[in-house]
Write a protein that binds this ligand. Structure first.
Ligand code: HMG
Ligand code: MG
Length: 325
């Protein structure tokens, strides 16, 4: 008897009330690699970006322009940006924590940036060396500069669902931060579950509250870490609440080095499998993503955590393609 093949695609069973298509915003090269134990060579980062674009990614966060003393893993931001050739129409974004990062990103050729604020004082201090209000003022200054020259800005509100020091986060603090970033001119507001503690009811509650404050659902994205295994359920809640942009990381890599207890982002392959099953278009090639995940696991010498990638490559997560760089 031959071994049965695993499915290569889910059965498509559309549900009412779902969008026809969504944006999958890939954060693997930035969030995915920023807390790696070993620094990944620039050539690997560059190949990762190329593989992701080839797999259909059209919104990719390449890196961040931060001091190497804060994030040594991304000290090669200029070189990464210079080496990447995004396809026509693709978004190639860099995270910038302040004006200096914005200017460096522009000089490197970046044409879309992301800023980050914290809904809590504790994480603002740990991650940005300021308080909540300071993080907002700093980001708003970048948004003003960027708008003046036509550069689109994505605004992250981190710790939107829970904070390792402060516990439950005041909804009003999240709403105010989101509304302020949107009012300043951010095109998209990404609500960040930085430590992965949200549950679906929480997602609905925050999305509703943010919309009530004047940020349309069409301008919202969900940035979900999967620490407690709730990220896919939270995406479904987001879809039901009218959100159409979701962040994920190939292989489920990533975490903020300044957020204790956090683990990786929702794996892109797992996200795309569910979206495909719901009949929602993403433009992504799930097999190519799984191969990329497997390749990266080989290069890093560490397992990826995507169940879907493991199933599609018919390997346990720790096995993978030979590294090519
Ligand atoms: P600071 O130490 O207060 O910075 O850090 P400073 O303004 O006092 O400057 C200190 C030195 O760094 C100066 O150099 C500056 O010129 C230089 P010196 O005079 O000592 O020679 N400097 C820079 N160099 C390069 N690039 C820059 C830059 N800025 C200043 N951009 C700072 C403040 C914001 C810089 C720091 O706190 C920082 O970089 N924080 C970011 C840390 C980070 O990258 N965390 C991970 C990303 S956020 C995340 O993962 C969450 C997210 O995924 C959403 C979610 O999950 O919810 C987005
Ligand atoms: Mg993150």
């Amino acid at each position: 008897m031959t071994t049965p093949l695993p499915r290569s695609h889910p059965r498509v069973v559309p549900r009412e009330g779902m969008p026809a298509a969504v944006t999958v915003y890939e954060v693997g090269p930035r969030d995915g690699l920023q807390a790696e134990t070993d620094v990944i060579p620039t050539a690997v980062k560059s190949e990762l970006c190329a593989r992701l674009f080839a797999a259909g990614t059209r919104a990719l966060e390449l890196t961040s322009f931060v001091p190497p003393s804060w994030v040594p893993q991304l000290a090669d931001a200029h070189a990464v940006v210079a080496s990447v050739r995004p396809p026509e129409g693709a978004r190639a974004v860099a995270l910038v924590p302040n004006r200096r990062g914005f200017e460096d990103a522009l000089a490197a050729g970046v044409r879309e940036v992301a800023v980050v604020v914290s809904a809590t004082d504790a994480f603002a201090r740990a991650n940005l060396n300021t308080d909540r209000a300071g993080s907002l003022a700093r980001s708003a200054a970048v948004v003003t500069d960027a708008r003046a020259i036509g550069i689109p800005v994505r605004g992250y509100v981190s710790m939107a669902f829970g904070d390792p020091w402060e516990g439950d986060v005041d909804v009003a603090a999240v709403v105010d931060a989101a509304a302020e970033l949107y009012g300043a001119g951010c095109r998209t507001i990404a609500l960040g579950d930085t430590i992965g503690v949200a549950t679906p009811g929480d997602v609905e509650r925050i999305v509703d509250a943010v919309e009530d404050a004047g940020v349309p659902r069409s301008a919202l994205a969900l940035h979900l870490h999967d620490t407690y295994g709730q990220a896919l359920a939270n995406v479904l809640a987001g879809l039901q609440s009218g959100v159409t942009e979701f962040d994920s990381s190939v292989g489920g890599l990533g975490r903020c080095p300044y957020a204790p207890g956090a683990t990786g982002n929702l794996a892109t392959e797992d996200l795309v499998w569910m979206l495909e099953g719901l009949g929602i278009r993403t433009g992504l090639d799930i097999a190519a993503l799984a191969r990329t995940s497997s390749w990266l696991a080989g290069v890093r010498g560490r397992p990826h955590v995507s169940r879907v990638a493991a199933a599609l490559t018919r390997t346990p997560p720790e096995l993978s393609e030979e590294p090519s760089v």
